[in-house]
Write a protein that binds this ligand. Structure first.
Ligand SMILES: O=C(O)CCC(=O)C(=O)O
Length: 305
């Protein structure tokens, strides 16, 4: 499909998204929109020595290159990285590509969307099972939608992304629950519902759209010689309030792209202060009462828990 073409989403796809919590659209994005982003990533980000915020560890870290030449850690909030002008420009072009935006509007019926969160993978990081709404969602919940974009053909041995069909209707959390306890419940749910686990073979340009409530993660890497290049954009209808299962964050301030698109930056660039706050967060993240206080105190993006 052409990078600027809009498309019609069938009623069948809309119903599938509602009932299963995800839909896969094959060959949605063409080389011409993917390639500039991949090239900028290789040129600016891979050789960088900067400490960048990571999706898999929730820490600021320098790139670790695997024996096969891939960055081992996944990247979080890539629009916040200040050092890579081409990378940021091409990421914005890709995330706000009209084909992606019109697919999302066709799926959920909302006209306009903000990008609320991003993650980029070079190698597979074996993401544990989770539902995004613990961390990020609309309020009321269930309207955030992830777009998992395959940046290359992904062989099974690379360790595939998976979703558990229908699990967006399942609530496993309770208020004041430990994060670790919730994660155990998720693992048990996946184990008991393996027949609903869908880990499709994705090819470059395929996009899997998934609801913030669906249980998803990544299967183990079978062969580290394979990369698993993929970009995930999390989108929320623009008129809605951002938040999570813990409440609304009406204080969120957006950045603007081309005077018409909005995106949210969670994490500031690396600094000692940002690093220390991040480490503090990791220390208390599994203590619900402390996190309750932290979440009450937060009022700006630096404290986005
Ligand atoms: O691709 C992955 O391994 C996980 C992505 C993910 O969990 C997310 O972006 O919410």
């Amino acid at each position: 499909m052409n990078s600027t073409q809009s498309l019609t989403i069938s009623d069948e796809l809309v119903q599938t998204y509602k009932s299963q919590g995800f839909v896969l659209i094959r060959q949605l994005l063409s080389e011409d929109i993917l390639e500039p982003f991949i090239a900028a990533y290789q040129q600016e980000v891979v050789p960088s020595k900067q400490k960048l915020y990571r999706q898999n560890s929730n820490n600021y870290e320098r790139n670790r290159i695997t024996d096969a030449g891939y960055v081992a850690q996944s990247f979080f909030d890539i629009l916040s990285y200040p050092h890579f002008p081409d990378f940021k420009a091409t990421a914005l072009d890709l995330l706000f590509n009209s084909t992606v935006l019109s697919a999302i509007s066709g799926i959920n019926g909302h006209r306009q969307h903000n990008v609320m969160q991003t993650a980029l993978f070079d190698a597979n990081t074996e993401t544990p099972a989770h539902q995004d709404w613990w961390y990020a969602d609309s309020v009321p919940s269930g309207h955030m939608i992830g777009a998992w974009i395959a940046l290359e053909d992904i062989p099974e041995a690379a360790g595939r992304f998976y979703v558990v069909s229908g699990s967006h209707k399942v609530t496993l959390h309770k208020q004041k629950m430990r994060h670790s306890e919730w994660r155990k419940k998720l693992d048990a749910y996946v184990e008991e519902n393996l027949d609903c686990l869908v880990a499709p073979a994705l090819k470059k340009g395929d996009v899997l759209f998934f609801n913030a409530g669906i249980i998803h993660g990544a299967l183990p890497t079978q062969d580290p010689q394979f990369s698993r290049k993929s970009l995930v954009g999390h989108y929320m209808p623009s008129h809605m309030t951002y938040g999570s299962i813990f409440g609304a964050k009406p204080w969120v301030r957006y950045q603007t792209h081309q005077d018409k698109h909005q995106y949210y930056i969670h994490k500031p660039p690396y600094s000692l202060k940002a690093d220390l706050l991040t480490r503090f967060r990791a220390m208390v993240y599994d203590v619900p009462l402390v996190m309750q206080v932290v979440r009450k105190l937060q009022n700006k993006s630096m404290a986005d828990y």
